[in-house]
Structure formats: C-alpha cells, structure tokens
Design a protein around this ligand. Sequence first.
Ligand SMILES: [Zn+2]
Length: 214
Amino acid sequence: MYLILFGSPGVGKGTQAKILSNILKIPHISTGDILRDSVKNQTELGLQAKKLMDAGELVPDDLMISLIKETLSKPECVNGCILDGFPRTIAQAVELNRLFSELKISNVVLLHLTANNDEIVRRLTNRRACKQCGNIFNLNDIKEPNVCPVCNATDSLILRKDDKEDVIRHRLEIFDKLTSPVFDYYREHAKTIQINGLLPIEEVNNLILASLKN
Ligand SMILES: [Zn+2]
C-alpha cells in the first residue's frame, strides 16, 4: 500500500507515520529525508538539488518527482511506503499521479489527518525548547518553572520563533489555501481517509487501521 500522509503542520503526521511504518512494515519516506539522503550520497539528482538549495532556491517539482521516482524504485518500497511532505500543490499531485501510473502503482490511499486550527495553535504555542540541550517540551510537562526537565539548565526554556502564534497561523493559512485543494483532487483519483488527528495518538492510530481494513 502506498499511503500519502496529509495534514496541516502540528497535526502529528510524523508520530503516526512512525507507528504505521512499524505496523504495516513499509518505510516512512519524507521528502525532507529524500532530499537530505540524495545530497549526502551525492547522487546526480542530489547534486542538482544541492546547487539550487545552496543558491536559496526551491527544488522544482520535476526534480522532486525524479527523486521520488528513484526512491519508489528501490527494493524496500516494493510493497509500498508512507509518503510524507508531498504533494503540497495540485500540480505536484498531478505529477505524482502520473508517476504512480508509470510505475504501475494502483494501491494508493490518501490519509488526511484533520485538525481544528485553533486547537493546533493552542498546542504549538504551548511548546518550549531548551536552548541548552535542544529538547522540546510541552509546558504542562515542565514541573519546575524555568528549569529544563532533561538537562536541568535554568532559564534556558524559550518559545521558538516557529511556535509563535502569528507564525503558526500564517503556516496554517498557507496550508489551507494551497493544500486543501489537493485533498479534493485525491477524492477523485484515489481512496481517501479522513481522521481527526487531534484525538489521542493511540485512538488516531486505531481509527486509521480500521479504515485501511475497509
Ligand atoms: Zn535542556
């Protein structure tokens, strides 16, 4: 099964991907990892991508599709994979669909982890990072105020710029505008599943597995 993981920032895609990868025995492939690996291994496509990224440019869709094609053709993906971070636009969805038909892949499911934007903002603004050890915590898990629960550093807990409310709201807006139409596209081109991603982790996972069985 080729599972496309879809959902706004902060909805818990990474967490579910890890659990599903273990249960379904298919690799979790994030486009970020594909890029990093291809650059690290200095593949031809990786070198092209590196040149663009070094120049501060985005990796274009056709290059990203070629990188995904390379990955999907590997033996570990022969039974499927969990794709995370792609497609983010309709154009990318159309290209990916074309790639799936080229590779004769038909067992594609789009899993949309839905979330209420206000709830995501509430969760993410509750995060604190330790500038000493780099760990990230929820405010509720910090017992002594201003003390890092891992390295015990004092006054080292900060609200990261990425976790500030206006930054989060802006990212969510972009997601809604660009990415939501992708879901509508998939409704016509693949099986789609929608699960509330803000339920407890285990419950989300059980609901996903139950839907996949149907
Ligand atoms: Zn710390």
